[in-house]
Design a protein around this ligand. Structure first.
Ligand code: MIG
Length: 751
């Protein structure tokens, strides 16, 4: 929707009705419903007159929230609807809206709903100093003021750091006015475009190409409270299997089998920790889902079980396109059932991807998702541990827009629609089918699914990676704000291809990338070397394994991964926290320190949980850097030196050092280095205790069996360590909760 000029606003309200359920405002142009879902959450939903828009969401789940008490006041020409935390004022004369939080912060001021053709949008005034975060998968700065953004899942291989949009659409924003936070979610699966004027100006606009203006506003006060609401509304990731937190090694592609075995052997011979090896598309027979290439992988169960004996899990790729081939059972059953994406004339859509001509399963159909999920049985039975769903924007070769035709038809579980409506949720519904299938097949196991495309709420089904980035320093640098905003958007289990997917990493770039990558929530190296990606000979491409760059670099890379494995007990504890609170694993500083304005735009540092601060090196040839330590005391993780925060410091960072700091007052559970997560089982937990100025510290450890759902039945152990006393006479207490036995624990006090 280009400008206010060509649009038709909601305009004067001619009639309004208020029931227990909702308040409804009708103008000549359309209808606006206002529904309070909780004292700090309101939903505004507007449809154009005559528009028949189904009221259903792919993102929002039942919340169990109590309906709040609402006061209604008519003042002058305005109707004001308010709870104790939030008020919505509608001007009857203009149809414009103002939303205020209890502390009278203007969340939306002078907001106008307007239509233009099939499109709908909201234009409003935004305070000059408001910061905006979240907004899903984005390159660019952490703060989204002064940017334009689109939501339209896009496969752009080897994307430059200016690329927008990318593969995932999460139209949620976390807004900060000084220390006060609120959030909003524009729940609409059509293409959206958002534009926020730079700091210092006030224009804000979001539009969708079709559908309803469906806006959720969360006025929760602190940023962590907003994220709690947001992840109640759209769901949280469930606790992943412990092995999925280990290091993962991937290439397009490792084959044949002998190469895979060699990679596994090298990790173990060189004592470089690793939990997962990936098989990219070339393990399949002619890229046919749920098949194996007969020559490259003659005995998959044997391979997978031998890898398992060495402590590796195998993750394999599945793409949405199903090869058109008579006699291929996946194709035959799909064709027979008929739940495929169709052309406007009703015939099945056929388009090329890796296998050649393909049918595209219609994952918006429950029966199709169920059919898809069942195919995983064969792979699970032979021991494959995790699944990687790629190309699910969906990407279609040689097609306009590199995807399905816009008028392609989907069944939509009873609400049919075209590709414009379902494009942004295709990937989400695919991994929904995958994960629901896995859960049905192995109900007491945790599952690991990785997706490239997504919409809001996809964290309920899958982890995410940031697609085909490049082996260059700018791509390393933007990975930090990208992952931070991803986490703030609800997708906390995320990471980029370490070392970069396209191109060749220099030894230094790879080493620096793996250093910080060891702290990414999802920690996987991946790179393109396949002939199909433009490399004539798969063996001629410089390899991107931790040992690919010679002995000195190998030592540095080994140390990076050893740090991850040492910190795994802490990381796992932080992952468990997200399943209960929605706080991301990797956090921008402002999330923990909203009262400190200096943290608002820091995008080259981050926290893991609340206790570890990392300030990675993101430039070539740099061996020290400035960084900001938030208020309080911090310990240099390596030297143990205690530093005063609330100021900038310079950290030295020779090539083998990742600047890392522990918060004074914390206790961080660690372990000795292991080569894979399975080795840790009975090894002691080592508490690193970092006393504050009063010689106090507190920390948590979460343990369970790491792979089943037994923890949901009380079979977990949560330990709280408390330090008191004095340096000379330290006192520590360990308090336990839950029925799991857990590992032995040792305590080391840093100071
Ligand atoms: O058209 O499966 O983003 O990770 O290696 C490329 C091959 C298809 C794109 C994925 C990438 C993967 C590659 N895939």
């Amino acid at each position: 929707m280009p400008s206010r000029k060509n649009t038709t606003p909601l305009g004067p309200i001619r009639k309004f009705t208020i029931t227990e359920e909702k308040a409804t405002f009708r103008s000549r142009q359309g209808t606006l419903d206002v529904v309070f879902l909780k004292d700090d959450v309101v939903r505004l939903r507007a449809v154009k007159k005559g528009q028949n828009e189904p009221d259903r969401s792919f993102a929002v789940i039942p919340t169990g929230w109590d309906k709040p008490e609402t006061r209604i006041t008519v003042r002058g020409d305005s109707v004001i609807l308010a709870t104790s935390n939030l008020s919505v004022r509608i001007s009857l004369k203009t149809g414009r809206i103002r939303i205020l939080s209890a502390d009278r912060t203007d969340l939306f001021r002078n907001a106008e709903i307007a239509w233009s053709g099939a499109g709908v949008g909201l234009i409003w005034k935004m305070p000059k100093d408001r910061h905006i975060y979240g907004t899903g998968e984005r390159t660019g700065p952490l703060d989204k003021r002064g940017t334009r953004m689109a939501y339209w899942n896009t496969d752009r291989s080897g994307y430059p750091v200016e690329q927008d949009p990318l593969y995932q659409s999460i139209p949620f924003a976390l807004c900060m006015d000084g220390p006060r936070a609120h959030g909003f979610f524009f729940d609409n699966t059509f293409r959206q475009d958002w534009e926020f004027s730079p700091l210092g100006k006030t224009k804000a606009k979001m539009t969708a190409d079709d559908g309803a203006l469906d806006l959720y506003v969360m006025a929760s006060g602190t940023p962590s409270a907003v994220l709690e609401r947001w992840t109640e509304l759209t769901g949280r990731m469930s606790l992943p299997p412990l092995w999925a937190l280990g290091y993962q090694q991937c290439k397009w592609s490792y084959y044949p089998e002998s190469v895979v075995r060699d990679i596994a052997d090298q990790f173990r011979q060189r004592s470089i920790p690793c939990d997962v090896i990936y098989l990219d598309i070339d393990y399949m027979d002619a890229y046919k889902d749920f098949t194996w290439h007969p020559e490259r992988f003659p005995d998959p169960p044997k391979l997978v079980s031998d890898l398992r004996d060495q402590g590796f899990r195998t993750v394999v790729m599945l793409d949405p396109g199903v090869k058109v081939e008579e006699g291929y059972d996946v194709y035959e059953t799909l064709k027979q059932a008929g739940f495929v994406v169709r052309n406007a004339d009703g015939t099945p859509f056929i388009g090329p991807v890796w296998p050649g001509d393909c049918l595209f399963p219609d994952f918006t159909d429950a029966a199709c998702r169920e059919w898809w999920g069942k195919w995983y049985k064969g792979l699970l039975d032979l021991g494959v541990a995790g699944f990687w769903n790629d190309m699910n924007e969906p990407a279609v070769f040689d097609a306009p827009g590199h995807s399905l035709p816009l008028d392609a038809v989907f069944s939509g579980d009873g609400y049919p629609g075209d590709h414009r409506r379902f494009h942004n949720i295709y990937g989400m519904q695919m991994v929904r089918g995958t994960t629901e299938g896995l859960r049905a097949l192995r109900p007491d196991q945790r599952h690991f699914v990785l997706t490239r495309a997504a919409y809001a709420g996809t964290q309920r089904y899958a982890a995410a990676w940031t697609g085909d980035n490049c082996s260059d320093w700018p791509s390393l640098r933007i990975s930090i704000p990208m992952l931070l905003n991803f986490g703030l958007s609800g997708q906390a289990f995320c990471g980029p291809d370490i070392g970069g997917f396209a191109g060749t990493a220099t030894p230094e770039l790879f080493a620096r990338w793996l250093q910080v990558g060891a702290l990414y929530p999802f920690c996987r190296t991946h790179y393109a070397a396949a002939p199909q990606s433009g490399h004539p000979d798969i063996n001629a491409v410089p390899t991107q394994e931790p040992w690919s760059y010679g002995d000195e670099w190998e030592e540095i890379n080994r140390a990076s991964l050893e740090l991850r494995y040492k910190l795994l007990p802490y990381l796992y504890t932080v992952f468990e926290e997200i399943t209960r609170t929605g706080m991301p694993v990797m956090r921008p500083l402002f999330l923990q320190y909203p009262d400190d304005p200096k943290t608002a735009c820091i995008e080259d540092e981050f926290l893991i949980g609340s206790d570890l601060l990392c300030a990675p090196i993101l430039d070539e040839g740099r061996y020290s850097r400035e960084l900001y330590l938030p208020k309080g005391l911090w310990y240099d993780y390596w030297s143990g030196e205690c530093l005063e925060g609330g100021r900038k410091i310079t950290a030295s960072a020779p090539i083998d050092v990742l600047p890392l700091f522990a918060r004074a007052g914390s206790a961080i559970p660690t372990q000795d280095v292991v080569q894979h997560t399975g080795e840790a089982v009975n090894k002691p937990i080592v508490w690193q205790v970092w006393p504050d100025s009063g010689f106090k510290a507190i920390g948590t450890l979460y343990e369970d069996d790491g792979e089943t759902l037994a923890y949901t039945r009380g079979d977990f152990k949560r330990t709280t360590l408390t330090l008191s006393g004095t340096k000379e006479n330290p006192e520590t207490s360990l308090q336990h909760e839950g029925g799991y036995t857990g590992r032995p624990q040792e305590i080391v006090i840093a100071a």
